[in-house]
Design a protein around this ligand. Structure first.
Ligand SMILES: [Zn+2]
Length: 429
């Protein structure tokens, strides 16, 4: 009996675009393209008439991008919520583009005219929380559990990419921005951006872009053939000329133009030698993207940074010490501090607060507000933001900062009070 060798033929899993029959490639093929890898990102959606069409083009080509969802689109829209799930199940990464599409820091045009009023700090936090809640609700909590954590993209990039004029303006308004030139100042701003602080609190890092398709200059409904051709030519040309080897490319999935163009754009870019990468391959080069400012990692409050912060409390230490009664009698009382591991005496002339049933004398737990020192939010909420559940606590930095929801102030409102528990006695910050 004869055995015939069985020939195994490996079938290519990627269907290569037919470059020879691609007229757009034939027109552009003399260009040399610097970028080698492109990660596609889509903002402002989902939109029923465009997002599924874009997803279909990506799926056909096994390409995975990131969709920065504007969560106002999810309110009272089971269809759009389902769309977010479909994107996620198709392997696309889901990120937040905030709730309402407003800016998170100053935004001026080239002639120094204000384009829109930024959110206040309180509004920013409400917006981030609302967006986070909606994305988690739509995905049954899967949004927060994605492989690489949560990414946010500020609308218009403000909060991460201020213009030189906007930086100047912030300085005039009293914000410290160090650095000899715009590049240095921008780097400094990114590490101290109040907007970054707001999203960090909800666990977000920021992802901007280093390539803009400039599709914003086209109306959402435009998709005639002549415009598509012009758009493809200009976008591919500027893509080719970009200097970065890895592009995080900004598109909008609410544009009919993209629904029609994204397929040929991908095919032609591949013919030109560029490849499209998923978030895995993109984040393999995370440090490069952090260095260039495309990604800003969420602010982490390290013990070191916190100590630095506390050193600004020197003024407090110069305040005359209060006279404390180590053995209080009568209606005065002391209490045992779990954190300080000792009895806190009653201090003359000071009011007091109670933490989980424990009594704390303010003389021991110095507050910056009491002493007239206003510590700006650095990497953490340290002002007395209001809270809802009495005695609820949260560990902000293990062994360093713990906050409690307490009745404080003359109005006895519930507010977060935070303590440096690494010090004995614990110091209120
Ligand atoms: Zn946007």
């Amino acid at each position: 009996m004869r055995f015939w060798p069985i020939l195994l033929i490996a079938l290519p899993t990627i269907v290569f675009a037919d470059c020879a029959n691609n007229p757009l490639y034939q027109k552009l093929k003399t260009m040399t393209c610097n970028p080698k890898q492109i990660h596609l990102t889509f903002d402002d959606g989902p939109r029923a008439v465009t997002t599924p069409a874009i997803l279909e083009e990506l799926t056909k080509r096994k390409i995975k991008g990131t969709f920065f969802v504007s969560t106002t689109n999810l309110v009272n829209s089971p269809a759009n919520q389902a769309l977010v799930n479909t994107l996620m199940q198709s392997g696309q990464y889901i990120a937040s583009h905030g709730h309402e599409h407003n800016c998170y820091d100053h935004r001026y045009d080239g002639n120094h005219n204000m384009l829109s009023k930024p959110f206040t700090e309180k509004e920013r936090e409400e917006q981030v929380k609302k967006s986070d809640d909606l994305l988690n609700k739509a995905t049954n909590g899967k949004f927060s559990k994605q492989k690489y954590g949560k990414f946010f993209r500020f609308p218009y990039g403000r909060g991460a990419m201020p213009s030189p004029y906007e930086i100047e303006l912030m300085k005039q308004k009293g914000m410290t921005i160090k650095g000899a030139d715009y590049k240095e100042q921008l780097a400094y701003y990114r590490q101290h951006s109040p907007a970054m602080s707001s999203i960090s609190e909800y666990g977000y890092s920021h992802m901007g872009w280093n390539f803009d398709s400039e599709d914003s200059s086209y109306g959402a409904e435009i998709s005639d053939d002549a415009t598509v051709e012009k758009y493809l030519t200009t976008t591919l040309t500027s893509m080719c000329k970009s200097r970065d080897p890895l592009l995080v490319a900004l598109f909008h999935d609410i544009k009919k133009l993209n629904a029609k163009s994204i397929g040929p754009l991908i095919d032609t870019a591949q013919c030109l030698g560029m490849s499209f990468v998923s978030i895995d391959e993109t984040l393999a080069k995370r440090q490069t993207l952090v260095d260039s400012g495309v990604i800003i990692n969420k602010y982490e409050l390290t013990t070191e940074k916190y100590k630095e912060l506390l050193s600004t409390l020197d003024e407090v230490n110069q305040k005359p010490k209060l006279t404390c009664d180590p053995k209080p009698t009568g209606n005065k009382k002391g209490c045992y501090s779990e954190y300080a591991k000792k009895e806190i005496p009653h201090c003359q002339g000071e009011d007091s607060i109670c933490v989980d049933g424990n009594f704390y004398a303010r003389g021991s737990l110095i507050t910056h507000t009491e002493c007239g020192i206003e510590l700006k939010r650095d990497k953490i909420e340290i002002n007395q933001a209001e809270c809802k559940t009495p005695s609820e606590s949260k560990v902000v930095v293990p062994d360093v900062i713990k906050c409690y929801c307490q009745e404080t102030g003359n109005d006895l409102k519930l507010r977060w009070n935070c303590y440096d528990i690494s010090q004995v006695p614990a110091v209120k910050i």
